[in-house]
Design a protein around this ligand. Structure first.
Ligand code: PMP
Length: 361
């Protein structure tokens, strides 16, 4: 029998590679490769998850009303404009499913998050990559890269894997300059790390062409639970809900996320710890001759002389039980992305990079 071909574009999708979690032959590794919260979720999450076990025979809520209202209260947003998904990955997917398709283009920056390309191709659209300026999102390059076929523009702010971000005035200029029929998606996976930044929520309320995505996987420490959310004009929410599966989030995931978002004390403590530890890490790296851009997220992009040095350092760190992320797939072969861990792991990774620069192999 002949093989059955998938839709055009599907075989152009390179499988997503997650951060490594183990090294052969080494036990007790410290994983600093997936930008996870080293302190885990709020202690309140555990009780909520245990309680949810009594509801395992029941289908979950289809409209996520309770979680949306908690998000509304805590983030100061309108619950009617919130949609929840299986990670923010799923919101990205809904956007591409609903707004892109054959003959359309989806724009992202050269060092933008890998799921933009995957979801665009899965929807039959053409991903288009635009340059950055010194690893910072370049609004003019994005506007230049738009055509009448562009339907979605994704920017992560702060960006992964560079850690850099642009200001709200620049974002507004971008939203203002986009062609008609084009949505700007502000991916705020790391926005919770930036004190006083709303991820673009106010802009979403003022404009018809701006959407924001957020996640519980980073500051809220729930990467394993898979919950994210989107904030959008009501008309867009109505569209996205039509492509969303009715029971996309489990009872357990909904309960965990609600407990997590309501514990603002825990979130603030994690944010402050991250800011302090990120500073320790980037300063120590600079002292060892390894520069990094100013990061506003929970990771640092360490720059080495070339790919060979970055690869050698990666191997040395692995031999010491430290797993960081190679970002060659993001066309940054001379860089390693290092998640800000707890204090012992931050000090250890900085110490080992110092040893490496001093000649240890
Ligand atoms: N956007 C960015 C920029 C990310 O780095 C990530 C996770 N690596 C995501 C979205 C997706 O996160 P999640 O699906 O866990 O919410």
């Amino acid at each position: 029998m002949a093989t059955i071909d998938p839709q055009p574009g599907i075989m152009d999708i390179a499988l997503y590679e997650g951060g490594k979690a183990k090294v052969d032959g080494i036990t007790n590794v410290v994983k600093l490769s997936s930008n996870e919260n080293p302190f885990g979720p709020s202690p309140a999450v555990q009780d909520a998850v245990v309680r949810s076990v009594h509801e395992l025979h029941r289908y979950p809520s289809t409209d996520h009303a309770s979680l949306r209202s908690a998000i509304g209260e805590v983030h100061g947003v309108d619950p009617e404009r919130v949609i929840c998904g299986v990670g923010s990955d799923e919101i990205i997917h809904f956007l591409c499913q609903a707004y892109a398709g054959p003959g359309t283009e989806v724009l992202h920056t050269v060092h933008g998050f890998g799921m933009y390309r995957i979801s665009a191709l899965a929807a039959g659209a053409s991903p288009v990559e635009v340059p950055e300026r010194d690893r910072v999102t370049d609004v003019d390059a994005i506007l230049d890269g738009c055509s009448e076929r562009t339907r979605l523009v994704f920017i992560a702010n702060p960006n992964n894997p560079t850690g850099t971000m642009i200001g709200l005035a620049e974002i507004e200029r971008l939203a203002e300059g986009l062609p008609d029929q084009c949505l700007l998606v502000l991916d705020g996976a790391y926005a919770d790390y930036v004190e006083g930044y709303d991820g673009g929520a106010r802009l979403v309320e003022q404009r018809e062409n701006v959407v924001m995505t957020r996640t519980f996987s980073k500051l809220y420490g729930l990467g394993g639970m898979r919950v994210g959310w989107g904030y959008a004009p009501k008309a867009v929410i109505d569209v996205l809900n039509r492509v969303r599966g009715p029971f996309n989030l489990s009872n357990t995931a909904l309960a965990a996320a609600e407990a997590a978002v309501r514990d603002t004390t825990w979130a603030e403590k994690c944010r402050n710890d991250n800011t302090r530890l990120r500073m320790i890490l980037s300063e120590a790296l600079a002292e060892h001759g390894v520069p990094s851009d100013t990061s506003t997220a929970n990771f640092v992009l360490a720059r080495f002389a070339d790919k060979e040095e970055a690869d050698a350092c990666d191997l040395y760190l692995q031999s010491q039980g430290l797993i960081v992320r190679k970002v060659g797939g993001y066309k940054l072969p001379n860089c390693l992305r290092i998640t800000v861990g707890d204090e012992p792991s931050v000090r250890r990774v900085a110490f080992c990079i110092g040893q490496f620069k001093a000649g240890a192999r």
